[in-house]
Design a protein around this ligand. Structure first.
Ligand code: SAM
Length: 292
């Protein structure tokens, strides 16, 4: 199954709108340059060894796992749904020799990422492109592929994952942090169906789907960490109120951009409800390519 050009355009527009909203919210709240550019969940504090709460916590935790040695001679990284580039900038600061590539469907995100790379002096070793993870990739291999809250949008994991991991160097690694259904029954729920419709997405995948696709791509899973307990979600009542308010705004919204953005928030409410019902997990899977 393919998303097709029209599907990718629709998703790209949705992320353009969300990215503009986030960018202007940061501006209006006078957020310092470079701070709060992540487009993934803000996690609750860990009860033990998970990522720290707040901006940058997930990145630091990931780099500690993936790059335990402080000095890495060279590292080539592709972030397959890079948002504003926050993950790559964090990694670029940690590994001064890292080569950074990012792709996203959102033209606006890529513009901001390029501007930010120049501001940070990372433009000589970073490349940002509007492109799909299902399109041909740069003609070279990567030591690390990163996907944070992106593969959720794959129209067919069994196609997307082998395509991506084909770009891994020998002993390269892929790190996936994602919302995963606890099993295949979740796809049949009203909230899952509504979430997929509102987020212009085809299918909802379970942990088993990710594991199978990685194994079919010839990768071995080296680490799996369940971060679900750190995912914030509101009560059923709060979600009902929020969805009623968003629905009213949606009915009034005069432009397609605004309606798309409100749809994205309404989709977020469905996702929170699925978490509240114990039907979703937030997991980190790390897998590596074996040589030969
Ligand atoms: C929730 S945001 C996460 C952004 C970033 N990983 C982060 O953590 O800040 C999802 C990202 O996936 C990208 N995306 C969705 N479908 C994609 C596709 N088919 N190809 C490339 N990027 C895609 C969006 O453009 C967006 O940048």
């Amino acid at each position: 199954m393919k998303l097709g050009a029209a599907g990718e355009r629709e998703l790209g527009q949705l992320y353009d709108d969300l990215a503009r909203y986030q960018f202007w919210r940061r501006r209006l709240s006078r957020t310092a340059a470079g701070v709060g550019l992540e487009m993934h969940k803000r996690l609750n504090p860990p009860n033990g060894a998970g990522p720290a709460a707040g901006t940058g916590g997930l990145h630091d935790w990931l780099w500690d796992r993936l790059l335990p040695e402080p000095s890495v001679p060279s590292l080539s990284v592709l972030d397959v749904g890079c948002g504003f580039g926050a993950s790559l900038f964090s990694l670029g600061a940690r590994v001064p020799t890292a080569e950074l590539d990012g792709i996203s469907l959102s033209t606006y995100q890529i513009q901001v990422a390029k501007r930010e790379a120049a501001r940070l002096g990372l433009d000589r070793r970073s490349r940002f492109q509007v492109s799909s993870f299902d399109s041909p990739l740069a003609d070279r291999t990567f030591d690390l592929l990163l996907s944070i809250e992106t593969l959720f949008h794959s129209p067919d994991l069994a196609v997307t994952l082998p395509h991506l991991t084909g770009a891994l160097a020998d002993r390269g690694q892929i790190a996936i942090v994602e919302d995963m259904a606890i099993d295949s029954s979740v796809a049949g729920t009203d909230d899952a169906r509504e979430l997929l419709r509102l987020w212009a997405t085809k299918r909802i995948y379970s942990r088993t789907d990710y594991c199978k696709a990685l194994e079919a791509a010839g990768l071995s899973i080296t680490e799996e960490i369940d971060l679900t307990t750190q995912v914030p979600h509101r009560s059923e009542e709060q979600l009902r109120i929020s969805s009623r308010r968003l629905g009213r705004l949606r009915a009034w919204a005069p432009t397609a951009d605004l309606r798309r953005m409100l749809d994205a928030f309404l989709g977020g409410v469905c996702l929170e409800r699925l978490y509240g019902a114990g039907q979703m997990n937030y997991r980190c899977l790390i897998a590596s390519a074996t040589d030969g």
